[in-house]
Write a protein that binds this ligand. Structure first.
Ligand code: NAD
Length: 455
């Protein structure tokens, strides 16, 4: 595997991919180790993950540099991700003990009923590159704390980060057979899924998610899919235009738009259309594109390199040919590496790919709507259902709109936001199951029902 820096197109490192024999051997090691890990006192598992958290802090600067080099994430955003990771770990450290505790639900007339919570066993985690610490930790932290062994395949675009995570977990004391990285691209991911794992936890695109669901369907194991989106934001007529434009622009362009919950479509009330478009354009023109190692850079390169540049060019071409207008951007940036100018299209509609297909890049379409009813109709006109945002001064008005949307997360006057305390889930093509919150701990457990009669 060749690891390429997307900002320079230069080779960072070459690594050996796993192959069928090494994947098998890794599965066998994890299988042999899992029961012992589950039998380890919870306090010990908690303390090892606390040590991992300490290592993330002490080597934060170096980890951010690796992330920036291989994914192209601007250095400040890489640091933000590492800081955000700490809160997620804290949530799990605090809440796993209660989720694991036995529950006595009846103790009467000589019979006791009790619910115990057992780990799934060996789980496969096939992960994405865009927030490798977040999407990785959403799975491996609760999985390990609840007593599962984890075979972790980082994305081929974030392998060095995956290996850093693995090294830090092992250094913290998590046994090497309990957390095992698997290196390679999609074909290695497919090999991993052929092993008799007890659960599959996937983060990635809807198309790969469908392949994975088909590959494991006959095995009847726990399957969780965190997939893509085409997340809408509706800006109503009663907002502070400047604040709303700044908030929505950040939600659309942070991490160069490569966030699962990035704002990907914007509907603007006709009454404020002109003012909003002007302010939004100014905001986006102010974004600094450049070397991701530079602290001032806001827009870095596209991690998926040429394939993603071509997808964005196609979306621009398609939109313009159907009558859209370019407010700013629209092409590759004139520099080495894989950069695309922050791009705003106006006068778009739902015949255009930019309003229907996940863009996953620094591009956004703005569409004028007559009011809340049309906004609801258009926001629901999608195969996806990850998040949706409404900007309005009136909370009940926003909640009325958001209640009608088939999405896993609803945002009022905010967007592109994830909280460890809340369930993270997609509907329809955005996924199955959920991570984070107490639901995201239960995902790694199976209940055992105890019926105990005194002799
Ligand atoms: P991807 O689907 O291309 O790859 C994801 C992972 O699947 C990689 O590790 C890849 O090697 C592996 N893979 C590919 N084909 C496989 C196969 N046939 N069998 C097994 N494994 C296979 O996605 P990506 O480009 O890494 O990530 C971007 C996508 O992830 C976007 O669609 C984004 O919206 C989504 N995403 C969703 C969330 C969420 O929480 N809902 C979070 C982050 C990213």
């Amino acid at each position: 595997m060749r690891i390429i820096n997307p900002a320079t197109d230069q080779l960072l490192r070459e690594l050996e991919d796993d192959e069928i024999s090494t994947v098998r051997e890794k599965f066998a090691r994890a299988k042999a180790a899992q029961r012992g890990w589950a039998a380890t006192p919870l306090e010990q598992r908690l303390s090892l993950l606390r040590r991992f958290r300490e290592l993330v802090i002490s080597r934060g600067a170096a980890l951010a540099e690796v992330l920036t080099a291989e994914v192209g994430k601007p250095i400040r955003q890489a640091q933000n991700e590492l800081n955000g990771l700490l809160g997620r770990i804290d949530f799990f450290l605090e809440h796993v003990p209660a989720e694991l505790a036995d529950e006595q639900v009846l103790d009467a007339s000589g019979i006791e009923e009790r619910i115990a919570h057992e780990p799934l066993g060996v789980i496969a985690n096939v992960s994405a590159w865009n927030y490798p610490y977040f999407v990785g930790a959403n799975v491996f932290v609760p999985a390990l704390l609840t007593g599962n062994a984890v075979l972790y395949k980082p994305s081929e675009f974030a392998t060095l980060t995956g290996l850093e995570i693995s090294a830090a977990l092992h250094e913290a004391g998590v046994p090497k057979d309990v957390f095992i990285p698997v290196v390679g691209g999609g074909s290695v991911g497919a090999l991993l899924l052929e092993e008799p794992v007890d659960g599959v936890f996937f983060t990635g695109s809807a198309s790969t998610g469908r392949k994975i669901a088909s590959a494991v369907a006959a095995r009847l194991i726990r399957l969780q899919l965190e997939l893509g989106g085409k997340d809408p934001a509706y800006v109503s007529d009663d907002v502070d235009v400047e604040a709303a434009a700044a908030g929505v622009a950040d939600g659309a362009f942070y991490n160069a738009g490569q966030s699962c919950c990035a704002v990907e479509r914007i509907y603007v009330h006709a009454a404020i259309w002109d003012a909003f478009v002007e302010r939004f354009g100014a905001e986006v023109r102010g974004f600094v594109l450049g070397d991701p190692r530079d602290e001032n850079t806001y827009i870095g390169p596209l991690t998926r390199r040429r394939a993603q540049l071509e997808l964005l060019e196609d979306q621009v071409r398609d939109a313009l040919s159907k009558g859209a207008r370019l407010l700013t951007g629209g092409k590759r940036a004139d520099r080495a590496g894989y950069f695309f100018e922050p791009t705003v299209l106006v006068d778009v509609d739902h015949t255009m790919d930019v309003m229907r297909e996940e863009s996953f890049g620094p591009i956004i379409g703005l569409m004028k709507v007559a009011g809340d009813e049309q906004a609801v109709e258009l926001m629901n006109d999608t195969q996806y259902g990850l998040t949706a945002a409404v900007y309005s001064k009136q909370r009940d008005r926003a909640e009325r709109v958001l209640r009608q949307l088939d999405v896993g997360s609803a945002y009022w006057n905010c967007c592109d936001r994830v909280s460890p305390r809340l369930p993270w889930s997609g509907r329809r093509s955005s996924g199955v199951g959920c991570t984070l919150s107490t639901y995201g701990i239960e995902a790694f457990l199976r209940p055992k029902a105890w019926h105990l009669r005194q002799p």
